[in-house]
Design a binder for this molecule. Structure first.
Ligand code: FES
Length: 110
């Protein structure tokens, strides 16, 4: 099964999960209580699920035109940016959530 790592500023706090192939980064984040905003509910109509792929860019589904157009409007766009709701994991990858540089689990906020 592919592994996805949500990178943190502090490498000791990186979170890695084995995931079923075919799930989006957003699906995986939500299933694991990682805060990744998704204002439009995953329909490629916002940019709040913007993530930066640090490793394994080729292990994600190819970017469709819709996603490309939408991403163009994302804040802090990089060459390896993707929309979490559109990028489907097909192999190992490591990603960073730009706004919350430090990914965290909701339960750990308290
Ligand atoms: S949740 Fe809105 S584009 Fe991904």
């Amino acid at each position: 099964m592919p592994k996805i790592t949500f990178l943190s500023e502090d490498p000791n706090q990186n979170l890695t999960f084995e995931v079923e192939e075919g799930k989006s980064i957003l699906d995986i984040a939500l299933e694991n209580d990682i805060e990744l905003e998704h204002n439009c509910g995953g329909s490629c109509a916002c940019t709040t699920c913007h993530v930066i792929v640090r490793d394994g860019m080729n292990n994600l589904s190819e970017m469709e035109e819709d996603e490309e157009d939408r991403l163009d409007t994302a804040e802090g766009l990089t060459l390896t940016s993707r929309l979490g709701c559109q990028a489907v994991v097909t192999g190992d990858c490591a990603i960073e959530i730009p706004k919350n540089v430090q990914p965290f689990r909701k339960a750990e906020q308290h």
